[in-house]
Design a protein around this ligand. Structure first.
Ligand SMILES: *Cc1c(COP(=O)(O)O)cnc(C)c1O
Length: 426
């Protein structure tokens, strides 16, 4: 058959192809549910664009100070409507997700105040922002203290110790929706809402910030719908729809967003300055496509979970669980398997498929990391990508795929790699 032939040309053996097809056949109902979520989110984005009268003149460029950039200001209103918050910053000045989170934190915390992580250790790159690992310019250097309450053994919130950890100093609680480089479960928006309600009940003026990276459009509600004061993420993940070439967003209350704006630029200038340098159209068009792109990535993640679960690997989430983000963790158990998996993902890419990934010492991470990505936008992890820290238990984190078809192919290619290395037998 034609289709098998083209897969063979792409290096997929008939056995791997058949294994993939069989796995996919069991997923029809799951996928139908994802179609419904994406349909809702597509309409939500459309509604926000229509309400704010997005028009051709929003796609113009600004330079220099960027005063009066109508497209930029309108896009921020669209984001605020999509995330159901009062205001938003959506800027190419925000270099990445970590930068967006750092701006939100530095903008809203003052010396002598305390940052609380009520749901365990935050994402690796935030350790240096906070000063958990000593680093120049961290919040710790500016006299902002940090307190962490780990999750209970079953992955749930430790309400008892969260209550004890809240003191008059506690100013901001940082909650991460996605698991990041951990094997804990990711949190649903509803779970995050329960945690926020608990915290606000104890001390209503605590700012609840949600690191929303990888979570956007996975559900029909977002953290802003359940009381988050700030929702923060990266445009080279879900909400950029694969088209944003750079950027981050902070959506939240007018107060929190204004505070953040003075860190994004500087006190006095805030959100008034910041040229959009021609990225507006990609930001809008990417947001418009984001619900569908996220759906493709989610289907890919579910396909991956089911393929590797059938082969006996530990996968988080498991093959049938509800999803809170687009990340799929697969515990591969050895360095060789981790490397073979990532080489397969790299070989599946539309860009740089001929490049062979190797573990390296990546800034911001405390162990070697191997990354596979052949993306149109460097580091874009809404595009097909996989990465994993080279340490026990050698878990790989797989995410993205601008289309489901491509994500599925990537997984077949990773499996082919493990089969070819003799690590997996079909
Ligand atoms: C990706 C990610 C970040 C950091 O984003 P970068 O764009 O890599 O700086 C922060 N938190 C979570 C949960 C993430 O997935």
């Amino acid at each position: 058959m034609q289709i098998e032939k083209i897969y063979q040309q792409l290096g997929i053996s008939p056995e791997v192809y058949a294994f993939g097809k069989e796995t996919e056949a069991s997923l029809r109902e799951r996928f139908a549910r994802l179609d419904e979520i994406a349909e809702f989110n597509q309409m939500k984005v459309l509604l926000a664009m229509q309400k704010n009268q997005v028009s051709e003149d929003c796609f113009g460029s600004s330079s220099g100070y960027g005063y009066g950039d109508h497209g930029r200001d309108t896009l921020e209103k669209v984001y605020a409507d999509v995330f159901h918050t009062e205001a938003a910053l959506v800027r190419p000045l925000i270099a990445c997700g970590t930068h967006a989170l750092a701006i939100a934190l530095f903008g809203n915390l003052r010396p002598g105040e305390e940052l609380l992580a009520p749901a365990g250790k935050p994402y690796d790159t935030l350790e240096e922002v906070i000063g958990i690992r000593p680093s120049r310019g961290s919040l710790a250097e500016y006299g902002v203290s940090y307190r962490q309450v780990d999750l209970l053994a079953d992955g749930s919130f430790d309400y008892e110790n969260i209550r004890r950890a809240i003191t008059p100093k506690t100013k901001l609680a940082a909650i991460q929706r996605s698991k990041g480089y951990q094997t804990r479960p990711s949190f649903s928006v509803e779970q995050i809402g329960q945690l926020i309600a608990f915290i606000k009940d104890i001390k209503p003026d605590i700012i609840c910030m949600v690191d929303n990276c990888y979570g956007e459009f996975v559900e029909t509600i977002e953290p802003g719908d359940v009381g988050a004061d700030m929702v923060v993420g990266s445009l080279i993940k879900n909400p950029g729809g694969g088209l944003a070439p750079i950027g981050g967003y902070i959506a939240g209350t007018s107060d929190c967003v204004e505070n953040a704006s003075y860190r994004m630029t500087c006190p006095g200038l805030g959100a008034e300055v910041g040229a959009s340098l021609g990225v507006n159209r990609s930001f809008y068009q990417g947001l418009f496509l984001a619900p569908m792109v996220t759906k493709g990535a989610l289907k890919g993640a579910i396909f991956a979970a089911n393929v590797y679960e059938r082969l006996g690997f530990a996968v988080v989430p498991d093959g049938s669980e509800e999803r809170a983000d687009i990340i799929q963790a697969v515990t591969l158990g050895s360095r060789e398997a981790l490397v073979a998996f990532c080489k397969g993902i790299q070989a599946a890419a539309p860009v740089d498929s001929h490049v062979v990934p190797e573990p390296w010492d990546m800034p911001g991470y405390d162990s070697q990391v191997i990354m596979a990505a052949g993306a149109f936008v460097q580091g874009s992890s809404i595009e097909l990508s996989a990465d994993g820290p080279c340490r026990e238990p050698y878990a790989v984190y797989f995410q993205g795929g601008l289309t489901y078809e491509h994500a599925r192919f990537g997984i077949m290619k990773s499996l082919q790699g493990l089969v070819d290395e003799g690590i997996v037998k079909l």
